[in-house]
Design a protein around this ligand. Structure first.
Ligand code: NAD
Length: 542
């Protein structure tokens, strides 16, 4: 710090706008959506501050209207990735030396741009690219992204303030250096906020970044790139490349300067990337930091003391918002027999009341799933459930991809607690329910713990404190985010740091100082005021 110990603005969560009929935000959002829908955009890569077009392009279409084209984006060749790495390393010379308050200023500005002039654009782009409803876009692309940016600045200063004790003759200073080399962000389709946070939080800590967004999110990634540029992120600090994930990753990981991976996506891909790093380990100048938040098979357990309406609401919201495409989405539930009839009635009533269609019609609660692969995979599971004797679809089960990738919200009931859809991550609007005997609560908790490889989120719904205590203990390692009397989704930055263990990730808690700590390499500086001049210690005396 140069000339003052500066305080940063106290981070507060961005208030969620309602988009109710007649509200100005609804009007602005629909206008932005229409404008994007009725035009086409050409998205370049961003390499060392330059907009780069390879000439090799792919089209972009909304998942809810897949024959309609809203733009194209340029795909990287190997040389583009090499340029991005070189640009990052060149930018590092200045960026890593820039006083932290300038980095803070840039990303606080980015937060304000999203809160104000870019809000309608980034939400409309998220509705278009990822088929989010207005509400789901608002809580992701606007609010969560703004929260990440604001809270991370505060977390950064908290980290810098963590200092060791000193004595009168020696001053100890801990310097939080950026990683030596460049970092790599690989982001998923499902959250615009995650796409923006993974590269920006590493840059905030003084790192330079090569960022590869998901092919299904390029349309909204473009708005993130525009915001970063307008906020003043210097050339080469965050470089963006699109296209073949394997080629891009192989090129990045072959570089001796590769210093860190910040990944969010599926478990299998993350394990492959870890293996790739392992295979290259002898070439690196430093041990790369590896952070990955991955898949989930998130649960709701109801106790016989639970209120059936509350359980049904947790299931409906937890499983079906954003078509179940949240890593935290409830996808298996364990319901005691005595309340099952009521829970079932409420769930079926609610699901039958959903409207499904384009997010442009704000009365739709459900829209399309992200792409054809996801649609086909889900359709296969639904067809299987229709023929399996141990599974019964009580609502939904239909699908149609003629206009968009629409899968009906579906509830499967099974009498086999290890039925395939109780174990596999489907990543769609499908929940499977196992009904247990009321007096088998303890065995059921054990089953919940042992059924899946994942350990991301889960919840217990109960009016009985002893039952809550038992679940909290038995499920200690079954979820990184555990909810009592709530649905297992909806973590808020600054309130519920997010991440899971087992096959769900390295649990470095996005939206917390713990995550940012992974992107620094501390240097300890001890300064001695009166330097000794004689090697002899007193004990050596006669
Ligand atoms: P995905 O694994 O298909 O893709 C994630 C990223 O990895 C994308 O950028 C993709 O292009 C890239 N990728 C794909 N193949 C690759 C390869 N061979 N080499 C290098 N990179 C490759 O995931 P998705 O469909 O975009 O997102 C859904 C998944 O993400 C789900 O499993 C979900 O649970 C998980 N997720 C987890 C969290 C969390 O916090 N735990 C949050 C969001 C999403």
């Amino acid at each position: 710090m140069g000339k003052g110990f500066f305080n940063v603005p106290v981070a507060k969560n961005e208030p969620i706008k309602s988009y109710a009929p007649g509200s100005p935000e609804r009007e602005a959002l629909l206008q932005a959506y229409k404008k994007m829908y009725n035009s086409t955009v050409e998205v370049s890569m961003s390499i060392n501050g330059k907009a780069v077009k390879s000439g090799n392009t792919r089209t972009m279409s909304p998942p809810h209207d897949h024959k309609h084209i809203v733009g194209t984006y340029h795909l990287a060749e190997k040389s583009h990735v090499e340029d991005a790495i070189a640009g990052a390393l060149e930018a590092r010379k200045s960026w890593s030396q820039l006083p932290w308050e300038h980095r803070a200023g840039i990303f606080l500005k980015a937060a304000e741009l999203i809160a104000g002039p870019y809000r309608a654009k980034i939400n409309a782009a998220t509705m278009m690219a990822q088929s989010k409803t207005a509400h789901q876009a608002e809580i992701d692309a606007a609010c969560e992204f703004i929260d990440f940016l604001r809270f991370n600045v505060q977390f950064m200063t908290n980290i810098y303030n963590e200092q060791p004790d000193s004595t009168s003759d020696a001053w100890n200073r801990l310097e939080y250096r950026p990683l030596e080399g460049f970092t790599y962000a690989v982001t998923p389709f499902n959250f615009t906020a995650i796409a923006g946070n993974l590269p920006s939080c590493m840059a905030l800590m003084g790192n330079v970044v090569v960022w590869k967004p998901s092919d299904s999110q390029v349309f909204s990634a473009k708005i993130i790139m525009d915001v970063f540029k307008e906020a003043g992120v210097p050339d080469g600090v965050i470089n963006v490349v699109f296209g073949d994930p394997k080629m891009i990753t192989d090129t990045v990981m072959a570089s001796p300067d590769f210093a860190g991976l910040h990944f969010t996506g599926s478990t299998f891909i993350f394990k492959e990337l870890w293996k790739n790093i392992g295979n290259n380990i002898h070439h690196y100048k430093t041990y790369p930091k590896i952070v990955g938040e991955t898949g989930g098979k998130d649960f709701i357990v109801a106790h016989k003391s639970a209120n059936a309406k509350q359980v049904a609401t947790a299931i409906v919201r937890g499983a079906f918002e954003f078509q179940g495409q949240k890593c935290s989405a409830a996808s298996r539930a364990y319901i005691p027999k005595s309340i099952w009839d009521d829970v079932k009635k409420y769930v079926v009533e609610d699901v039958n009341s959903f409207k499904m269609g384009s997010p442009e019609d704000l009365s739709n609660f459900i829209t399309a799933v992200i792409h054809e692969d996801s649609f086909d995979k889900l359709a296969t599971y639904l067809d299987q459930a229709k023929t399996d004797a141990n599974a019964n679809i009580i609502v939904g089960g239909g699908y149609d991809k003629s206009k968009g990738y629409f899968i009906e919200p579906t509830v499967i009931v099974t009498n086999d607690p290890k039925y395939t859809t109780m174990c596999d991550e489907l990543f769609g609007p499908v929940i499977t329910i196992y009904v247990y005997e009321d007096d088998a609560y303890s065995e059921t908790l054990k089953l919940v713990d042992e059924t899946s490889d994942y350990a991301l989120t889960g919840s217990i719904i109960s009016a009985d404190r002893y039952a809550i205590d038992e679940a909290t203990k038995v499920l200690e390692n079954a979820a990184g985010n555990f909810y009592i009397n709530d649905k297992p989704t909806g973590a808020v930055v600054g309130q519920q740091p997010f991440g899971g263990a087992r096959a769900s990730g390295t649990n470095d808690k996005a939206g917390s100082a713990q995550n940012l700590l992974r992107w620094v390499s501390p240097r300890m500086i001890k300064e001695t005021f009166v330097t000794p001049v004689d090697y002899r210690y007193p004990f050596l005396g006669e």
